[in-house]
Ligand binder design. Structure first.
Ligand SMILES: *[C@@H]1O[C@H](CO)[C@@H](O)[C@H](O)[C@H]1NC(C)=O
Ligand SMILES: *[C@@H]1O[C@H](CO)[C@@H](O)[C@H](O)[C@H]1NC(C)=O
Length: 459
C-alpha cells in the first residue's frame, strides 16, 4: 500500500486525462473497501453463520480451493448434484485430474514443484539465511521484581497444554540470538505480555485483559520513543488463546498497526487482518521419541473425535457417524488418542467454536494427513508452505463428498505424496525451549521477517 502510494507521488504530475483515470480508480477502490468492510462487520455478529458464508464471497476468500484438482472436481460435483443420478455417475467415471497430471509431467521439474511443501523453496532458503543473520528484536525490558513479571517474562517451567505455543515462543526468543539490547538496531519490537497468563492472573482475568493491554501500550509509548514513531507498526505480540482476539479492543493501534501473531486466525474475525498479521500453529507439546507408522499400516480411512460444539462437527457426525471406513465420534474415545491418529490415513480437523485447534498439529505429529474443515482459517505459514501438498482443505459444505475425495486420493497415489510431505513438514510444527533450525520458532521469526520489511521508518 505504502509503496504504491509512494510511486504515485514520485511519478510526474498527471495530465487531466490521467487525473480522471486516477479518480476513477480511487473511487472504485474505496467502494470495494467499503463493501468489503461492511461484509466483515456484518459477519462479526454471526460467527456461527460463517459456516455457510454468503456464496458470493466464498470464491474470493478461497480461490485456491478451485485450483486443487480434487476440490475443483468436488465443486463440479456439487453443481452436478442437481442433475439426474446418471449424470453424476458418469462424472465419477471420468479420469481423475491427477492421473492426467502425472501422465503429463512424471518426474519433470514442474511435477516436483507441485508437490514441494514450499511455495518457493529457493526463495525461502535464501531469505531464511538472511533472516537468521540479520534480524534483530528488541523486547521491552522487565525485571523479576515487577508486579506483572509472571505475565511479562518467560515462564520457568516447560510450557504445556493447548496454548503452549505462546509460552514456547517467548522462551525460545529469550534464548535466541535475535534479541538485542540496542533498540537502534532492532527491526521489530516485542510486546512481551502473555494473554494466557493474564487470563489466569486473578488481578486481571478475562474481563481485565483489554484494560491491561491499553495501559501497557500507554506506558511504553510514554516511556520510550519507539511506539509513537510508527504507531506500533514495527511492534508485535504473540497469543494463542482465543480470548486474545478481543484483547486489543481498547488499544486500537495494536489492532490496526502491530503484527499480531495468533492461533485464532480467521479471515472474518474483527481483530485479525490477514497479510498484516500472522498465523501461529496451535500445538499440544509431546515428549519423547515421535511414534511412527507407515501408510500401509494405517487401515482406517479417516478419524475425528471431539466435542459437538459447532454445526460443522454436527454435520460431520450426522453424515459419517455410522460409516465403516470413516471413524467419527461425538466425544473423546476411551482408546488412546495417539493410536487413533496412528491407525488412520487422514485425520479430520473440523471447526469448533474457533477455526483453530491443536488437531492439525496432532495429525501432523502422528504422520496423519490433515483434512481441514474450517472455512476461512488463515492456516499457519500459509504464505510459506503449500498446504495442498500435505493436507486436504475442504469447504465445510463438502462434507457429503468427503469420503469420495479421500478414497480417490488413496486410489490415485495422491495420498502417499501428501503423507510424505506430512513427514517433511513435521519439524516446522515442533517447538523447542532452545530453538532448533526450521522449527516452529524459526518459522514464526520468518513470518515476522516477511512482514518487517514493509515497515519503513523515515524519521
Ligand atoms: C506518544 O504519544 C502519546 C499520545 O500522543 C503521548 O502521550 C506520549 O507522551 C508520546 N510519547 C513520547 C515518548 O513522546
Ligand atoms: C446410525 O445408526 C443408528 C443406530 O442404528 C441410527 O439410529 C442412526 O440414525 C444412524 N445414523 C445415520 C447418520 O445413519
Amino acid at each position: 500500500m505504502a509503496a504504491s502510494a509512494a510511486s504515485f507521488l514520485s511519478s510526474p504530475p498527471p495530465s487531466s486525462l490521467q487525473g480522471l483515470f486516477f479518480l476513477l480508480i480511487t473511487t472504485s477502490v474505496c467502494f470495494f473497501l467499503y463493501s468489503f468492510s461492511s461484509i466483515k462487520l456484518d459477519n462479526i455478529h454471526h460467527q456461527e453463520d460463517l459456516i455457510h458464508p454468503p456464496k458470493a464471497i466464498l470464491p474470493l476468500q478461497q480461490p485456491h480451493l478451485h485450483n486443487h484438482p480434487f476440490i475443483s472436481q468436488a465443486l463440479d460435483l456439487q453443481v452436478n448434484a442437481v442433475l439426474p443420478e446418471k449424470e453424476v455417475t458418469a462424472a465419477s467415471k471420468t479420469p481423475l485430474p491427477t492421473e492426467k497430471r502425472n501422465h503429463e509431467s512424471v518426474g519433470s521439474h514442474n511435477d516436483d514443484k507441485i508437490y514441494d511443501a514450499f511455495h518457493d523453496r529457493a526463495l525461502f532458503t535464501e531469505e531464511y539465511a538472511r533472516m537468521k543473520k540479520r534480524m534483530k528484536i528488541y523486547a521491552y525490558p522487565h525485571s523479576k521484581n515487577e508486579a506483572f513479571a509472571n505475565v511479562l517474562l518467560p515462564e520457568d517451567s516447560e510450557p504445556g497444554g493447548n496454548y503452549a505455543s505462546e509460552s514456547y515462543f517467548k522462551k525460545a526468543l529469550f534464548k535466541s540470538h535475535f534479541l538485542t539490547n540496542d533498540p537502534s538496531e532492532a527491526d521489530l519490537f516485542y510486546l512481551p505480555f502473555s494473554i494466557a497468563s493474564l487470563r489466569h492472573d486473578k488481578r486481571v482475568g478475562v474481563g481485565g485483559i483489554k484494560t491491561y493491554v491499553k495501559n501497557y501500550i500507554r506506558d511504553i509509548s510514554q516511556t520510550y520513543p519507539f511506539w509513537n514513531r510508527t504507531g506500533g507498526a514495527d511492534h508485535f505480540y504473540v497469543a494463542c488463546h482465543s480470548v486474545g482476539r478481543t484483547a486489543m479492543e481498547k488499544a486500537v493501534q495494536v489492532k490496526l498497526n502491530a503484527i499480531q501473531v495468533v492461533c485464532s486466525s480467521s479471515y472474518f474475525l474483527a481483530g485479525y487482518v490477514s497479510h498484516k498479521d500472522a498465523s501461529i500453529p496451535q500445538i499440544w507439546p509431546r515428549k519423547g521419541p515421535r511414534p511412527t507408522r507407515p501408510p500401509s499400516h494405517r487401515r482406517n480411512l479417516a478419524f475425528y473425535a471431539g466435542a459437538m460444539n459447532s454445526r460443522v462437527r454436527e454435520s460431520l457426525v450426522k453424515t459419517w457417524g455410522n460409516d465403516s471406513e470413516i471413524s467419527v465420534h461425538r466425544a473423546r474415545l476411551k482408546t488412546p488418542y495417539s493410536e487413533s491418529l496412528l491407525r488412520s490415513k487422514f485425520c479430520i480437523h473440523a471447526k469448533g467454536f474457533e477455526v483453530n485447534t491443536a488437531r492439525i498439529g496432532d495429525a501432523l505429529y502422528y504422520g496423519c494427513v490433515p483434512v481441514v474443515l474450517a472455512d476461512h482459517y488463515d492456516l499457519p505459514y500459509a504464505d510459506i508452505l503449500n498446504w495442498e501438498s500435505f493436507s486436504v482443505v475442504l469447504s465445510a459444505s463438502d462434507i457429503t463428498i468427503m469420503k469420495r475425495v479421500l478414497l480417490e486420493m488413496v486410489g490415485s497415489g495422491e495420498y502417499l505424496r501428501l503423507q510424505e510431505n506430512v513427514v517433511r513438514v513435521q519439524k516446522h510444527f515442533q517447538w523447542h525451549s532452545v530453538p532448533v533450525d526450521y522449527d516452529a520458532f524459526y518459522m514464526v521469526m520468518y513470518e515476522l521477517w516477511l512482514r518487517k520489511s514493509h515497515v519503513n521508518i523515515n524519521i
